[in-house]
Write a protein that binds this ligand. Structure first.
Ligand code: 16G
Length: 240
């Protein structure tokens, strides 16, 4: 897998070869990689070269090191296109994964100033506050808090939030969801979120805020979520 006569640096060739093994499933998440010494002997290259290749893949999140145990293949990130306005349930089903939710809070509360503004309501108007852990194949992917006007989306129950909100809104209530404005920013997981997301202290998360509107322009939801940055990556098509 290494060609010493190639103009390509050896660390780069090794990096490429490990990456290919992960892509084609020869190496799968959780697999232990040969040690630096083993790779160096096997390929007859220096340990420094091996270290550089491995370090690059660790920095990229494809591999992770565990003290005293070695280097392992990480779970691959889910790639989420930013082009369509989809729900978590739809996204996971489209990938052949099983979505699930753990409900942390389901309440009707008076909207505070910020929520009222986002939903274009008067302060203290009743809104649902729904906090859910969103899981894919039993792995927590995100923590999500949704605010929805209780007068607009009637009859929400805990059972509905265990399945799909968008399904209920569109199929049961017949409301037409139109568009959303979304922002994504980097952050470090906070200690309240951490036990739910099952990540280590200081792990990176992506904070996503979404304001969703019905086709007629009425604000439908204001959503704040923390996505695991080790499991998620967002992609977008851009034209010139
Ligand atoms: C997604 C949306 C969220 C929406 C939810 C509905 C983002 C950042 N958020 O998680 O705004 O409330 O889907 O999901 O994409 P559901 O229909 O599966 O309950």
């Amino acid at each position: 897998m290494i060609d010493k006569h190639s103009p390509m640096p050896i660390y780069f060739q090794l990096e490429h070869s490990i990456r290919r093994q992960i892509e084609n499933g020869e190496l799968t998440p959780g697999n232990l990689l040969p040690s630096e010494r083993e790779y160096a002997e096997l390929l007859d290259v220096s340990r420094m070269t091996v270290r550089q290749a491995i370090t690059n893949l660790v920095n990229e999140g494809l591999l992770y090191r565990q003290k005293g145990r070695g280097t392992f293949v990480a779970e691959q990130k889910l790639e989420q296109k930013l082009s369509g306005l989809t729900s978590f349930t739809e996204d996971m089903k489209a990938r052949g994964m099983t979505p699930a939710n753990t409900l942390l809070a389901f309440e009707i509360i008076p909207a505070d100033a910020k929520v009222a503004e986002r939903l274009a309501l008067k302060e203290h108007t009743p809104v649902y506050e729904i906090k859910r852990i969103r899981l894919a194949d039993d792995v927590p992917m995100a923590l999500e808090t949704v605010y929805i006007s209780a007068n607009l989306v009637k009859g929400l129950t805990e059972t509905i939030t265990a399945a799909s909100l968008y399904h209920y809104i569109e199929e049961e209530l017949g409301l037409a969801i139109g568009h959303a404005i979304q922002s994504i920013e980097a952050a470090i997981v906070n200690e309240t979120e951490r036990p739910h997301l099952l990540v280590h202290k200081g792990a990176p998360v992506l904070l996503i805020e979404r304001d969703t509107f019905l086709k007629d322009g009425t604000p439908l939801e204001y959503v704040k979520s923390s996505y695991r940055a080790d499991r998620y990556k967002f992609t977008i098509d851009i034209n010139r």
